[in-house]
Design a protein around this ligand. Structure first.
Ligand code: NAD
Length: 478
């Protein structure tokens, strides 16, 4: 009896829409990827990667599908498709959650409430933004002969990471659909199953054949797609290193790019913040999803007068935090390397440390906290993408802002203070794309994205839609 894991029952269609095509992959020399369940370290499925001919065929079909009928005449139809897509995802909430658990090891309740829930919330916000806006507006209300039109950029390439398998897809697919682009989605090779289930939902929502295709594979496939001259816009979410490659490749054809990259987000705790709540929330924001979130609050900067108290609290809270698996052995090893390096540089370990969390299987590290991390240490600068928090002291507001801004990243920042004037003042001076104060969440549809090496462009709400459109000025009456 073969011990091979099952091949995923749903497969990408090289020519456009997604169909189950069992057998189509039986021949040929395709590269197969094996999916490993991070909770058990055991294989659970495998899938065939697209080859160069598939990439060419998928691009040709999606390019040909871009017609004026689709892009201009049927905006209302596209909004209807998005409504049905949301309904379809909600109807399959548990199916999505089950796949997300197997792909990245997320706990079941978190997968359903947060992973699926956040994706649906983003799609609703995109739909609301579309309903509340127009793609054809008059810049001066008293001169109707001048119009500004938002038109689809064309064929959109959507490249996504594994860490929020449905959410990252939803942000791109919802916006590109409403904007009027045809789409090729290249999901992470670690999370292809969620993308294929989403493709089923797209078909059920009535998205026309060839307007949307999923192309499976790793970075080789991503690079082939990104370099293709027929791609009009690339929306990429992933690491800064790969984002740089994508931007370089896109520059050859002046392909538009939207880059959502890494982060090393600071959480500033001023002496007048509410303790222990601020530490409790700070740890949760650093460790949730296994610390595998681009906007994880991975640096805690603390005013000196409350520093010792915060360090003690952080150690206690981290010790009782429920550990979660990382996505892969590679990611586990990378995180261990960061912990090892921090120890070697003399950071003070106050919780967790090297090795697996006791009593766990799979790729589960120990939730780890270091204190006395200096700005020069790699732990203060590099994205770990795991449950490792760096705590550092600051002297005053000026020092806090300087330390917060002293990394290559500029994605998110968090401020904890009882002084609203200070919160507003500090928020203005942080060189990031998003600031959250005293534990508040971002508003639905609020723009998501960063500065510096965290990328450029914004996703979510109306900003996400506009990222897939270009502006045309039309003057004079026809
Ligand atoms: P990654 O950069 O390794 O891969 C991302 C995607 O790019 C995958 O689909 C991968 O197959 C593809 N890819 C790899 N090499 C490529 C190439 N040369 N050309 C084109 N595509 C290529 O990232 P990851 O490990 O999947 O995800 C983790 C990273 O994503 C972290 O750095 C995290 O901060 C970042 N991220 C950012 C945001 C954000 O909104 N800013 C959100 C989530 C994750």
């Amino acid at each position: 009896m073969s011990s091979d894991p099952p091949t995923l029952p749903f497969l990408m269609c090289a020519g456009g829409a997604v169909h189950p095509k069992p057998g189509a992959w039986a021949q040929g020399d395709r590269v197969f990827h094996t999916l490993i369940d991070p909770r058990t370290a055991k294989p659970w499925a495998r899938f065939p990667a697209a080859d160069r001919a598939d990439v060419t065929a998928a691009i040709a079909a999606a390019k040909a599908a871009q017609t004026l009928d689709w892009t201009a005449a049927v905006r209302m139809d596209r909004l209807g498709m998005l409504e049905r897509l949301i309904q379809g995802i909600e109807a399959r909430r548990t199916e999505f959650a089950t796949l997300i658990c197997a792909e990245i090891g997320a706990p079941a309740d978190f997968a359903e409430s947060k992973h699926v829930g956040t994706a649906v919330a983003h799609l609703r916000a995109i739909l609301d933004a579309a309903k509340g806006s127009s793609d054809d507006i008059a810049p001066a209300p008293d001169q109707p002969q001048h119009r500004i039109r938002y038109e689809p950029l064309g064929l959109a390439l959507l490249i996504t990471p594994w860490n929020w398998p449905l959410n990252q897809l939803a942000l791109k697919v919802g916006a590109a659909l409403v904007a009027g682009c045809s789409m090729i989605l290249k999901p992470s090779e670690l999370a292809p199953a969620t993308a294929l289930l989403l493709a089923d939902c797209m078909v059920e929502a009535g998205v026309p054949k060839d307007m949307f295709a999923v192309v499976l594979g790793d970075g080789t496939v991503g690079a082939q797609l990104a370099a293709h001259p027929d791609i009009d816009v690339i929306s990429f979410t992933g690491s800064t290193a790969v984002g740089r490659e994508v931007a370089r490749s896109a520059a050859t054809h002046f392909t538009r790019t939207n880059l959502e990259l890494g982060g090393k987000s600071p959480n500033l705790l001023f002496a007048d913040c509410i303790l222990p709540l601020a530490v409790e929330q700070g740890i949760a924001h650093a460790f949730r999803n296994g610390g595998q979130s681009c906007n994880a609050a991975s640096r805690m900067l603390v005013e000196t007068s409350i520093y010792d108290q915060v360090v003690t609290l952080a150690a206690q809270i981290a010790d009782r935090f429920t550990p979660a698996p990382l996505v892969s052995q590679t990611q586990f090893d990378r995180v261990q390397g960061h912990i090892q390096a921090a120890l070697a540089k003399g950071a003070r370990l106050i919780a967790g440390g090297l090795g697996h969390a006791p009593g766990t299987t799979g790729f589960t590290p120990r939730p780890t906290v270091f204190a006395d991390v200096t700005p020069q240490m790699a732990l203060a600068q590099d994205e770990v993408f795991g449950p490792v928090l760096a705590i550092s002291p600051f002297q005053d507001e000026t020092d806090a802002i300087a330390q917060a801004n002293a990394t290559d990243y500029g994605l998110a920042a968090y401020i904890q203070t009882g002084d609203p004037a200070r919160a507003a003042r500090v928020a203005r001076q942080l060189n990031v794309g998003m600031v959250q104060i005293n534990g508040s969440s971002r508003a639905p549809g609020a723009p998501f994205g960063g500065r510096k090496q965290s990328g450029w462009g914004r996703e979510a709400g109306l900003w996400g839609i506009r990222a897939f459109q270009d502006i045309k000025s039309v003057s004079g009456l026809g």
